[in-house]
Design a protein around this ligand. Sequence first.
Ligand code: MN
Length: 318
Amino acid sequence: MATKLSRRALLVAAEGGALWMAGCRASSDATSSAPARSAEARSVAQVVPAQATRDGAGVALRRAIGSRLLPLLDPFLLLDEIRSERADEYVKGFPDHPHRGFETVTLMIDGAMEHRDSVGNQGRLVSGSVQWMTAGRGIVHSEMPKQERGLLWGFQLWVNLPRKLKMSAPRYQDIAPARVPEVTTGAGFARVLAGSFGGETGPVEGIVVAPTMLDLTLSPGSVLEHSLPATHNAFVFVMMGDAALGPEGRNVAARELAVLGPGNTLVATGGSEGARLLLVAAEPIGEPVARRGPFVMNTEEELDQAFEDYRSGRLVGG
Ligand code: MN
């Protein structure tokens, strides 16, 4: 597997495509150095097209995790993409609604959103911003577009909390675009949102499962190899273009999510027009998941309690 992979990488390099090898044991001289024998490229276990749906007050979005096709990829509960130039598809936003039992990471690619919550936090997300929020025992918040025309494009990832932290205090942080490190190579670049890449560490550090979250841009034909712990569940969502993933070179198109199989290395080659990828990985929690609407707990009884607490005004505060 590793032999085939390294030969393909070398061919690309020999053809003039830059070999982009970050976060792995690569040397700068790709023509004389194959990946270490311990590298085991992850195959694509499943390709899941994001499903069109609506949420909030009628916002059109595409759901890649949390849909019927992929209900859960422990510890990831949901991945939504909002991407529209039509204001009527997003302006109504997500007015006040509750959450309990998990964390969210929101990534704004283009456009502006405003967040307000019951803890008193308020923040404006602009193009390139990241925000993380721990709902913990309870939060009520609104997430509203702050534009009336033009492209709104962003992602929201829901990350589960382990049982012992589901009722922790809510937390919230906005991260300005300038705080997100960019690692540039001849072949493309990475925005390091969380975890490490190319010697840089991302600013999202409060999420309990400590995920890796990278916004990767690959130029056409360039090859990325990136180590990921073998114990982590991992996926790649193709934001733009297309890419060949895994040692088998499985083609994955825009708005498709690839679940990566066992191994310790991601291998991705940019397609004919390059690719922009969202790579996310973290260790699974391995606990039962009970979810209903905005609440994610371990049991049905805990969900009933969350709804009862919300109805009686006890979800937030105290
Ligand atoms: Mn929300």
